[in-house]
Ligand binder design. Structure first.
Ligand code: ZN
Length: 337
């Protein structure tokens, strides 16, 4: 860009001259305030007179504005663009949200210096989430449908982000557990969720006890044959056999994520688990699916009581103290179905 302009008309020499770019200190007045900047200026190589260069001139104005922005804590054009993108808004949409004329945001993002009242509003927009919600309520009708949908989604995400979700609690808790107790896999909430959905789908409704055994046998059987668990779940010895560690927390996190409903039995103590979504099997490898199907076949043929009794005879259960986590090393001793 600069190369093309090497030769320009010099008013002093009154003819075309070679030029070069140099720097000099300049004082600018921005909104009545003196601002000092190092301006890039083009000079005639013969007489050293500055020669006008539109691009450099524009860059100098922006440098002066930047100095002013810096001094007064103004957002830069790229910050305004980023702020707008947080809410997924178009330039017009954001202007409408603020009840400003339609091209105001476009001008500010293009380098125009916002007036101080507007800048105050933009800073509030950045720092105060409630303020955005209030503005949206007031100015919603002035915004296009697409902008409405996008800001609503962004506000929803921000609101849900304020609450600690149980799935994050589960993830954090399991992440801290030794990998030998996770079957040398990282705990993967999404995979676990879809394992649960897969097992729940194979029955109209599966009892909680059966589901816990399905998970245990899938992970341990897979470990036995492939040296790694499927879900990365840690298991714990409980009076009713091996179950995922903190299994109530796990089930609660699945309810919160709308994956399952827990329903009480009519006549006996205990719960059914019902799937509320379809299992996504694309998350699993062919061998993982094979393990899961083997477990389903086995579970389908036996009652919850007999599976539970069977699991009690596993070395994994017998040699672990009540309440302790079970090492996957017992996977190798798992009896074949
Ligand atoms: Zn000259």
């Amino acid at each position: 860009m600069i190369r093309k302009k090497d030769t320009l008309f010099c008013p002093e020499c009154a003819q075309e001259r070679e030029t070069k770019v140099g720097e000099r200190k300049e004082e600018y007045s921005v909104r009545g305030e003196k601002v000092n900047i190092d301006a890039k200026v083009r000079f005639c190589t013969q007489c050293n007179t500055p020669v006008f260069d539109e691009d450099l001139d524009e860059a100098t104005i922006q440098a002066a504005y930047d100095a002013y922005r810096e001094k007064h804590g103004f957002l830069k054009p790229k910050d305004i663009k980023e702020l707008r993108e947080v809410y997924g808004l178009s330039q017009r949409g954001m202007a409408a949200l603020l009840n400003w004329s339609p091209n105001t945001i476009a001008r500010y993002e293009g380098g125009a210096l916002p007036d101080p009242a507007h800048m105050t509003t933009l800073l509030m927009l950045r720092d105060n989430h409630d303020y955005v919600e209030k503005l949206y309520k007031v100015n919603k009708e002035a915004m296009g449908k697409l902008d409405q949908r996008r800001i609503e989604r962004a506000l929803e995400e921000k609101n849900s982000g304020n609450v600690l979700r149980l799935k994050d609690v589960v993830q954090e808790r399991y992440d801290r557990i030794n990998e030998e107790l996770r079957g040398f896999s990282d705990f993967d909430f999404d995979k676990m969720r879809n394992m649960v959905l897969f097992f729940a789908e194979t029955h109209q409704q599966i009892s909680k006890t059966k589901l816990m055994k399905c998970l245990f046998y899938t992970d341990f059987l897979h470990y036995k044959n492939h040296h790694t668990s499927v879900s990365g779940l840690p298991y714990q010895r409980m009076p009713f056999g091996p179950v995922p560690y903190n299994h109530w927390l796990l089930l609660d996190s699945l309810s919160e994520e709308m994956a399952i409903s827990l329903l009480p039995f009519d006549l006996a103590e205990g719960e059914f688990v019902r799937a509320r979504a379809k299992a996504d099997l694309s998350l699993f490898t062919a061998t993982e699916l094979e393990t899961m199907r083997r477990v389903v076949d086995y579970i389908a043929k036996h009652s919850a009581k007999s599976i539970s009794d069977y699991s009690h005879e596993e070395k994994a259960h017998e040699e672990t103290e009540e309440g302790d986590l079970i090492t996957y090393r017992y996977g190798k001793d798992l009896r074949e179905f």
